[in-house]
Design a binder for this molecule. Structure first.
Ligand code: THU
Length: 163
């Protein structure tokens, strides 16, 4: 039997320790939670990303009475960025969530579907996405990108095994 050990690094920082660019994204992600439409979960998520050419795009979750038809903040921001700035790699994304009259204490972590979309976006541009997960009690920074949150991920090249 062979053991495979996965190694990854996540930094935990206070808001004050964030650099100016990350702070800007966190602030915009927090602001985006105000535009969330989440009457069913009352969990208001915001995301803000930076494209390689320096544009910032935000997104927030949009729910629906037919529950599965809503969309998460992260995918909203990523898909919007590709509409506004076609073929632009994404270099970083910040996520924040507001619930019970305050931002979450713990860093909010993207759902599986959003992780898979981040996998595709990284692979498409061969560009890791710096991920910043805001929490009042501490913020995670994941400079390496989605492989940390999604090891053994299904990537576009995985399809080639079946050709
Ligand atoms: N949600 C996001 O927008 N992003 C996440 O990372 C986690 C979950 C949304 C989906 C749904 O509208 C609400 O939060 C509760 O799951």
């Amino acid at each position: 039997m062979k053991e495979i050990h996965l190694k990854s690094t996540i930094f935990m920082v206070n808001y004050e320790e964030l650099d100016i660019q990350d702070k800007e994204l966190v602030d915009l992600a927090k602001e985006a939670t105000k535009r969330s439409y989440a009457p069913y979960s009352t969990f208001h998520v915001g995301a803000a990303l930076r494209t390689k050419d320096g544009h910032i795009v935000t997104g927030c979750n949009q729910e629906n009475a037919s529950y599965p038809n809503g969309i998460c903040a992260e995918r909203n921001a990523i898909f919007t960025s590709q509409n506004l700035y076609p073929n632009q790699p994404i270099v970083s994304i910040a996520i924040a969530a507001y619930s019970n009259k305050d931002f979450t204490l713990s860093p909010v972590s993207p759902c599986g579907a959003c992780r898979q979309v981040m996998v595709e976006t990284e692979a498409r541009y061969n560009q890791p996405i710096r991920i910043i997960l805001y929490g009042k009690a501490g913020t995670y920074i994941i400079p390496e990108g989605i492989n940390v949150l999604m090891p053994l991920r299904f990537v576009p090249d995985s399809l080639k095994d079946f050709e």
